[in-house]
Design a protein around this ligand. Sequence first.
Ligand SMILES: Cc1cc2nc3c(=O)[nH]c(=O)nc-3n(C[C@H](O)[C@H](O)[C@H](O)COP(=O)(O)OP(=O)(O)OC[C@H]3O[C@@H](n4cnc5c(N)ncnc54)[C@H](O)[C@@H]3O)c2cc1C
Length: 491
Amino acid sequence: MSQQKHVVVIGGSVSGLGAGLALAKDGHRVTILEGDSAPMPESHVEAFEQWERRGSPQTRHSHALLARLRNLIRDHAPELLDKLRACGAGELAFSDMVRRVAPDAELLPGDEDVVLIACRRVTFEWVLRRHVLDTGLVDFRDGVRAAGLVAEPGSPPRVTGVRIEGEAPLQADFVVDASGRRSKLRDWLEEVGSAPIREESEPCGIFYTSRFYRLRDGVDAPMMEGPIVGEDLGYLKIGLFPGDARIFSITLAASPDDDALRAVLHKPAFEAAASALPQIAAWVDPAISEPISDVHAMANLKNTRRFLVEDGAPCVTGFAAIGDALLHANPITGRGCSLAWVSAFELAAALAEHPEDPRAVVLAYDAAVEREVVPWYLLQVQQDRDAIEVNQAQRRGEDPFQVVREDGTNNPKAFMRSVIREGLLPAIRSDVTVMRRFMRLMNLLDPPNDLMSDPAFFGRIVACYNQRHEREAAREGPRRKEMLDILESAA
Ligand SMILES: Cc1cc2nc3c(=O)[nH]c(=O)nc-3n(C[C@H](O)[C@H](O)[C@H](O)COP(=O)(O)OP(=O)(O)OC[C@H]3O[C@@H](n4cnc5c(N)ncnc54)[C@H](O)[C@@H]3O)c2cc1C
């Protein structure tokens, strides 16, 4: 392989475009194939109203764009950050959060890295695509759908191109699959002689709804403690995501088998639920904002990972998957776009490091994914399993936070849940040290080692937990039964 290659990227969404930028900057000739035949609207305003992105339906959902993504943009494509700002994207800085909670607290070096981007996903993708097109470095072909791969046989096979629906195959030195969560990579690779590709997949335990609102002219946004609202009532997860241009979105998510909660898929019930939740009620007050979209829904959400290296050996060379095609997890923690870009830039680094060695590229990339991406996936899998248990216990009428069991023994799982709920969560709101560690973790800036295993950190949390009886109980929102009554009245 020569230093500069022809790289064909399948999928022109967040990860495909990120890969396009990273690879073109390294001098590679990049062709992006995007299956959706959806002409780009004239502006990001029209994009929200008209852009049919059927291939990436989550484009219509709430998105948090975390600091890890923002910093990759800042470091590799600063002009893109300027273009996002010019379209009304905001920046949600940790330093502002500190000033609200503890005006005299000292800011530390590194705090300037903790900044999220407030921007609708559709605006982000529109500006990103426009930017990539404007660089002139990438051949972006929309309405062109990959149908499979071309490979030289061998052990392992080496991918040498892409089969395209209705066209001749396209030759490539390297193929990147950025075709999202529904990627057909397992079929494609097996068709060209790879060993079977292993896939792990399990439900996230939620369905997801999003509705967008615009703040009324002249009205200030209600106060928020953090950069976004994220609260888990057990039976219902609540999110509020500031976007660009005075637009924000609200997400309500619940268990797919909680039939009664499905009422939130309909506008009246969604509004009634949002108005009954103290965390977000002020935002949906008709005097403050007006809804500007339907309630969008997404179900069948899974945590899924695909393995392209087994026992230290690549299943194929000349090929890698990035973003959701490689792995995707519960969207509620807002990590997907950041990890998509991390994987795209790690792949570019592996290609730069091993220009002449196809096997080493795959192994170096796999090692980077194991280090930078997989730990977040595993954390999510573990958290979702626990959240499903909490939800099921609550629906059986049990208290999943009850530390001492009926038989007098201690329930360590319930204890940890209580420490998180009555120690960690209040500490995040009041203790700047805890807030900083948590925000760095939430924004993927520190590795997801168990924070609770750090004795100094755990000490602060326990101190806060031990004061739980001295604090006024936080009003979390209606219990499930109350919420069901609210939904029924609205229906
Ligand atoms: C409901 C929901 C909410 C989310 N919220 C957040 C959030 O708050 N923050 C966050 O960071 N992430 C969030 N995510 C995750 C995030 O949206 C994804 O991680 C991200 O979109 C991954 O980008 P991608 O480019 O890998 O895949 P996608 O965005 O799915 O794009 C895949 C692209 O490939 C194209 N394609 C597919 N097949 C072919 C083919 N055969 N040939 C050519 N093109 C093809 C599709 O048309 C599409 O454009 C959310 C996801 C969901 C489902």
